[in-house]
Structures are given as C-alpha cells and as structure tokens.
Design a protein around this ligand. Structure first.
Ligand code: HH2
Length: 255
C-alpha cells in the first residue's frame, strides 16, 4: 500500500503532494513501482505532535482534484480519514476501502457508510494517550473485538475487514516494537493484518534520524512484520520496500 498524503503538514512528507499534478505523478510512480493499493489522506493523522483538525469541506476540497483521478489508474484506492462524510464522498468518487485510524470507534456513522457502500475497512488500533503500564497486545485485542462488534452491527461483512495495530498511535516506542514483534498473536482474529511503520518515530528512538532518513529502519520493521504475519505493508517508499520483501522471500524460498 503506497501512501499519498495530500496535506500541508504530514509528519514525514507534508506539503510535497499538495499540488494535484505532483500528487497524481506520485500515485502513478507508486503504481509503476508495484503498489497494489493507494492510500490517500487529506488530513494528517498526526501520530506525533499537536493536531490541527481539518474541517470536512477542506478535506474534500484537497481530495477533489486527486482521488477520483487516482482511482482511474485501476488500483484500489483507500481513503485515510476519520470522518464518515469524507469517507462517503470518497467511496462515491472511486475509493473502495475506508482506512479509519480510530477503528470505527470515533465517528459512529463510519461503519454504516462502509456497510452501505460495500467497502472494505481497515480497523486501526488507537488511543488518546500512550500508557507504558499497559499490556499493549491485550489492549489491541480488546479494541479490535469492540471494533468488530461495531462493524458487525452495521453490517460490514467480516471478510471485508483488515486489522492494523497502529504503529506509533497511542503507544510508547517500545509498545510499537512489541506490536511488530508479537504481531502473530493477532492472527487469532483470522483477518488480514496491516502494518504501517514507515518513517515513524520509534525508528528515531533506536537510531536517530529525521523522517526522510528512516528508510533503513522502515524496511527492517516491515520485513519482520511480514515474517510475523502482516499481509499488507503501508509505506512511503514502495520501490525499496518491494525490493527488500522480494529478496527476503527469495532467500526463504531456497531453504
Ligand atoms: N499511519 C499514518 C496514517 N494513517 N493508517 C493506518 N491504517 N496505519 C498506519 O500506521 C497509519 C495510517 C501516519 O503516517 P502518515 O500518513 O505518513 O502521516 P500523517 O498522518 O501525518 O499524514
């Protein structure tokens, strides 16, 4: 899954793709590099730092010149939003997947919108504040169970759901590491797992570097995530990530 942030303020690539023609060039490039899904967002989810909430109309205004055109490229498009109105607009404009970083638990209309449109849904674990004392795997499992109840009540078919432990969201850096190290425990839900470790701050805690210099750490995290059961990797760096995954798979296959 290639990331396309049509935002002025995303933590790692803010402002780079706010211009629609640059955004669409980047989408084309990620598809050429092998992305199977485009994840388009117009509000920084701000895993770190102060959030500047974006009004719904502004989110749709940023997406209008980009999302419908990107959907024409033939790859599935997911809409990275916390707002059901934005999700509804995007699903009516070519997106087929809703990526909700609040796992259907914040905007209660989100599950209904996804069900009505027959969309796939990415349920991501999140919480307002990290708590170092938490058993993070138990917390994630409890959160997923609640999100899956909300999805079922709204009529989202279980086979349309992907689960994501939410690397960097409401977690200490160590808890993000644990979520990757113990990812296979979440296989018990019987659903595909997604990991988005791309350029995130836990990398900087281990090996200090600004976001645009965290490729090595991102690739390491993603290789281990796949080894531990991830089916989808959300990345800013499609070409490098696919190359690393192909080489790792080739080595596994000659055993
Ligand atoms: N991470 C970010 C945003 N959306 N969605 C899912 N499902 N999983 C993630 O890990 C995830 C996500 C944050 O990364 P980015 O999009 O690069 O930053 P920003 O939210 O600042 O635009």
């Amino acid at each position: 899954m290639g990331i396309l942030n049509v935002t002025p303020d995303s933590f790692s690539d803010g402002g780079q793709f706010i211009d629609p023609s640059r955004a669409l060039d980047h989408a084309r490039r990620m598809i050429a590099e092998g992305a199977d899904i485009l994840d388009i967002g117009a509000e920084s989810t701000r895993p770190y730092g102060a959030a500047v909430p974006v009004p719904m109309q502004e989110e749709i205004r940023r997406l209008t010149p980009v999302l419908p055109a990107a959907a024409e490229f033939g790859m599935p498009v997911s809409i990275d939003t916390m707002k059901s109105e934005v999700a509804a607009w995007a699903l009516g404009s070519g997106a087929t997947i809703v990526n909700d970083v609040w796992g259907l638990q914040r905007d209660r209309a989100m599950a209904r919108v996804a069900a009505e449109r027959g969309a796939h849904v990415i349920i991501m674990h999140n919480r307002e504040h990290a708590d170092p004392a938490l058993d993070i795997m138990a917390e994630i499992a409890t959160f997923f169970t609640r999100s899956l109840e909300i999805a079922a009540e709204a009529g989202v078919p279980r086979q349309n759901i992907v689960l994501d432990p939410g690397i960097g969201f409401g977690k200490t850096p160590e808890q993000s590491l644990i979520a990757i190290a113990r990812l296979c425990e979440l296989k018990s839900f019987g659903l595909p797992l997604l990991i988005g470790a791309s350029r995130k701050r836990f990398i900087d805690k281990i090996s200090p570097a600004p976001p645009d210099q965290r490729l090595g750490g991102s690739v390491a995290a993603h290789l281990l995530a796949v080894a531990n059961g991830a089916a989808i990797i959300r990345t800013h760096d499609v070409q490098e990530t696919i190359q690393a995954l192909r080489v790792a798979a080739a080595i596994e296959n000659v055993r």
